[in-house]
Design a protein. Structure first.
Length: 330
């Protein structure tokens, strides 16, 4: 299939965007063209001194949090591009961040073996969770906002009470570092991704592993659960994404097209499309029904993480410490 290339020439280190053309409905991915009020530049946010490994968006889609190896988190206004505040407190790189369902707080995970809870309006650190024996790689929050699930290089996941910081469960079963975790919309199950090349489905109340998903040929770096809670999408160092049936553990589809490890995966709110960020310096958009790539964004550094601000707007963090705001159009 031929592709149409569109290039921004407003700044050095330009990024190009491609969208497939053909018989189907036209789909393209582009920079959000609005200008930053203070700089007049394109929608690339700069402020971190090192790579960004996670981004999370508030439920209203208005703000984003970035987590960086410079040991900080930053809160951004997605409308204006302004950096609203910097959250300092971790003593080593910050690998993950999640926002509570009410949008008032966030939880971060760090190489310092801790998680921290932050009040977003003030930027204040309200509590620290300690208990992991190694780097904390990922964090997710249950839909009711009551519990936090963390994943660590100590080969475990932990379930915490958000308000008290008390450890409710420790989930054991992986044989290598756990790199990612997602939670089903009903809050009853979690799906973990590990360096041991597997994913596991867990019952959070009991801490019991329900099933193990096997099929990736490399470490599994990312996982996200579909809005209906029935499937999950994973991303791996084997350069692929896979779609899984959580009820049976069956692999439904393999998405191929990246040329290096897949670091991050996100889903549109309707669950029909997946977005992946890769070390091959691309972000790809996929139709899950067919497995087809419908758009590719090329950047100048490894794409480390991605999140959806709504059904069209994509927030991407890269290894150079920049945030790109992209918009999907149909």
């Amino acid at each position: 299939m031929d592709e149409l290339a569109v290039t921004s020439a407003t700044t050095p280190n330009v990024s190009s965007l491609r969208a497939p053309t053909g018989n189907g409905p036209p789909v393209c991915i582009r920079f959000d063209g609005r200008q930053n009020a203070d700089s007049g530049g394109p929608r690339i946010f700069q402020g971190h001194a090192s790579r960004i490994d996670a981004v999370a968006v508030t439920p209203d889609g208005g703000r984003a949090l970035s987590a960086s190896w410079d040991q900080s988190l930053k809160l951004w206004d997605l409308q204006s591009g302004h950096e609203m505040r910097t959250l300092l407190g971790h003593g080593r790189p910050v690998d993950a961040v999640a926002v509570t369902p009410n949008g008032k707080s966030a939880v971060s995970a760090s190489w310092d073996y801790t998680l921290k809870v932050w009040e977003l309006d003030s930027g204040l650190e309200t509590r620290t969770f300690a208990g992991h024996a190694d780097v904390v790689k990922a964090v997710a929050i249950t839909p009711d906002g009551r519990r936090v699930v963390s994943a660590s290089a100590d080969e475990t996941l932990k379930v915490w009470e958000l308000d008290s910081g008390r450890t409710v469960q420790t989930l054991r079963g992986h044989t290598r570092s756990v790199w990612a975790v997602g939670i089903t919309p009903d809050g009853w199950r979690a799906v973990s991704a590990s360096y041991d090349r597997t994913l596991k489905v867990w019952e959070l109340e009991s801490g019991r592993a329900l099933r193990t998903l096997r099929g990736h040929l490399g470490q599994v770096n990312a996982v996200v659960v579909t809005p209906d809670g029935r499937r999950a999408v994973s991303g791996s160092a084997d350069q692929t994404l896979k779609l899984w049936d959580l009820g049976s553990g069956r692999e439904l589809l393999t998405l191929e097209g990246h040329a290096a490890a897949v670091h991050s995966v996100a889903l549109t709110p309707d669950g029909r499309r997946a977005v992946s960020a890769s070390a091959d310096r691309t972000v790809k958009v996929w139709e899950l029904a067919s497995g087809a790539t419908i758009a590719t964004f090329f950047c100048d550094a490894s794409a480390q993480c991605c999140a959806l601000a709504n059904d069209r707007k994509i927030v991407v963090g890269d290894a150079s410490g920049r945030i790109h705001i992209l918009e999907l159009e149909a």
